[in-house]
Design a protein around this ligand. Structure first.
Ligand SMILES: Cc1cc2nc3c(=O)[nH]c(=O)nc-3n(C[C@H](O)[C@H](O)[C@H](O)COP(=O)(O)OP(=O)(O)OC[C@H]3O[C@@H](n4cnc5c(N)ncnc54)[C@H](O)[C@@H]3O)c2cc1C
Length: 587
């Protein structure tokens, strides 16, 4: 159960750092064996059931801005390619982590996305191996006839799970704007897929939400994986406590280190305390915090550690590097008066009456479009990428990281021309098309510049540092305009003039300037403790074990070596379920 510091045992078999999306899965599965003891340490509190956590109408608002209580508020570096703007990556800071504040989209990437993980040197991580785990996490609730028929919501029953912890369903707030983008895609010749969760995550398709099917509140790691097992006597959760360091000792004649516990603290000034791990420490602090904790523990790029006088436990240049994210550009032609603008008085009434109406959410009609669909210069873009020099990369990049980027490049060049890999995602609502780049070529990093665990780390996403990303983003904006210009969208009218990028903003350079001013994050940070061979800059092996340190694994979004063309939560849950099986087997 939830314990106070005074109730801590002096040791546990497994210690899980971070009670977020992945951490709560691992703690749940490991504690299924009553003979082992499990401790989860989470920095944040339990949420208090606020509307902004639970009601679809308000999703996203908990992650907004720098003031939200359940957001880490990590400050990032100003980005030279974004006119000096900084984009702070939101991240959940409560039981459930980012699954408690995300935008509820519950989907999977394409076959190619996961097969490329396997091809990066990770046997057992392709689509076929992951599908059983995608099925295991999910209870899919078919859309009822009254919405499935008028909105033609199709699905592939064989791709879904029906008894997993996470509820996947549709709200009841459907309007004629919900699926109008499908009509626009028809106008543009984009095909419809039956279901994007069966590995064909391309073209026009419906997406469901991580939403409870009857009370229409968020289904996240807390109700799915935490609450049901809290009574287990071998499961302790310590909240509002930060892990400051992983403790290691030398073993095997001093040649290899071993993780044997953690250090914790309530605040920067409070006394530190240590807890022993008899078997393993599992690091699940998320893609921003996990590399920081490794670096604070002496596991990371030697140069960074030595500059701070941190004793080097293991020189791993990849820790904090290969930082990837999805970023979005809106194109807006607003309604003179939006006929579907949410009336909150009616919305609230319907939600509390019978969980219907606009507050209950809907389904999402999405476009996941291949590069050749959104761009008429796709082969030119890929050819230039293939023959590009490394001048856009930091000059002192470690050779293993270079080798890893090179291998990722080969895979992107192999898959981006195919019709089973999406380059951009499109969503429409309220006069706006939001377009998101799914396979960016730029790579960033996050490194510590203080030995104080309570100090901020440097987060430099290096958005658009690879100039070829501009071409994709500019063409993605042009294609969004084509969507808005279709007869289907125009018939929704009366519409005002385009406000973003704005009428007359046409030339390549003008559109680049628009992108610099508007690009925002889709909060899909990944890659910072990549699962890859060590010679490719990897941090963990295919069993998610940290290279060179026994008894230590990373299980969260940071192990994703190449960001998939999808929203990340289902993928993170699936990784954590697979990891739990691996840990139980002792592989
Ligand atoms: C605003 C937002 C919107 C998103 N929208 C979607 C969406 O609609 N659909 C989708 O599929 N994905 C979405 N995502 C992405 C998805 O939610 C995340 O990729 C996923 O939840 C990450 O899981 P994780 O386990 O890696 O990290 P998290 O779930 O973030 O868990 C990490 C946990 O570790 C804790 N922690 C960190 N440091 C310490 C420390 N030192 N000591 C103790 N605990 C610590 C944190 O408090 C947190 O609880 C969104 C993400 C965000 C932030």
């Amino acid at each position: 159960g939830i314990i106070s510091e005074s109730q801590l045992r002096s040791s546990y078999d497994y210690i899980v750092i971070g009670g977020g999306t992945a951490g709560l899965v691992v703690a749940n599965r490991l504690s299924e064996d009553p003979r082992v003891s499990v401790l989860v340490v989470e920095a944040g509190p339990l949420d208090k059931g606020e509307n902004f956590i639970h009601i679809p109408r308000f999703v996203g608002t908990a992650g907004d801005g720098l003031t939200s209580v359940y957001n880490w508020n990590f400050p990032a570096e100003p980005q030279p390619e974004l006119n000096g703007r900084a984009i702070n990556p939101p991240a959940g800071r409560c039981v459930g982590g980012s699954s408690a504040i995300n935008a509820l989209l519950f989907d999977r990437g394409s076959i190619n996305d996961y097969n490329s993980w396997e091809e990066l040197g990770n046997p057992g991580w392709g689509w076929k191996s992951l599908l059983p785990y995608f099925i295991k996490i999910e209870t899919y609730n078919h859309p009822p006839k009254e919405i499935a028929q008028p909105f033609n919501i199709t699905f592939d029953p064989s791709a879904h799970g029906y008894s997993g912890p996470v509820q996947s369903s549709y709200g009841r707030g459907f309007t004629n704007q919900t699926d109008v983008i499908f009509d626009a895609f028809k106008d543009l010749g984009v095909p419809r897929e039956v279901d994007g969760t069966n590995g064909r995550k391309v073209n026009a398709l419906w997406g469901s939400f991580s939403l409870h099917p009857t009370n229409r509140s968020r289904s996240y790691a807390r109700p799915a994986y935490f609450e049901p097992v809290l009574k287990r006597r071998n499961y302790d959760a310590l909240l509002e406590t930060r892990v400051t360091r992983i403790l290691t000792s030398s073993s095997k004649g001093g040649r290899k280190s071993k993780a044997n516990g953690i250090e914790i603290a309530k605040s920067s000034t409070s006394a530190r305390r240590t807890i022993k791990a008899n078997r393993e420490v599992i690091l699940s602090a998320g893609a921003v915090a996990s590399p920081k904790i490794l670096q604070l523990s002496g596991i990371g790029p030697k140069k960074v550690l030595q500059s701070l006088n941190i004793p080097v436990v293991e020189d791993l240049p990849g820790v904090g590097y290969n930082y990837q994210d999805h970023s979005a550009t809106p194109v807006v032609q607003p309604f003179a008066e939006d006929p579907q603008a949410v009336n909150d008085t009616i919305g609230e009434y319907l939600y509390y009456k019978n969980r219907t109406g606009p507050w209950s959410g809907s389904g999402l009609a999405l476009g996941f479009l291949p590069l050749s669909t959104i761009s008429n210069r796709s082969s030119d873009i890929l050819a230039r990428y293939a023959f590009q020099s490394n001048s856009h990369l930091p000059a002192d990049l470690h050779p293993t990281l270079l080798a890893g980027y090179e291998r990722q490049k080969q895979l992107l060049i192999k898959y981006l021309p195919t019709d089973l890999t999406a380059a951009s995602e499109y969503i429409y609502g309220g006069g706006a098309v939001v377009a998101t780049i799914l396979h960016p070529f730029s790579r960033g990093y996050t490194i510590i510049n203080s030995t104080d665990p309570f100090a901020n780390q440097i987060i430099n996403q290096r958005y658009l540092s690879n100039p070829i990303d501009y071409d994709v983003l500019v063409d993605q904006v042009r294609y969004a305009r084509r969507i808005l210009a279709t007869p289907s969208i125009q018939a929704l009218g009366p519409l005002g003039p385009e406000v973003l990028p704005g009428e007359g903003v046409e030339g390549e350079e003008e559109l680049r300037e628009f992108v610099r001013g508007i690009l925002s994050t889709f909060s899909h940070v990944s890659g910072t403790c990549s699962m890859m061979p060590r010679q490719l800059g990897g941090v963990v092996d295919k069993n998610l074990r940290v290279y060179g340190v026994d008894g230590l694994r990373v299980v969260d979004a940071s192990v994703i070596p190449l960001v998939p063309g999808t929203h990340l939560q289902a993928t993170v849950y699936a990784i954590a379920e697979k990891a739990s099986d691996i840990i139980k087997r002792g592989d």
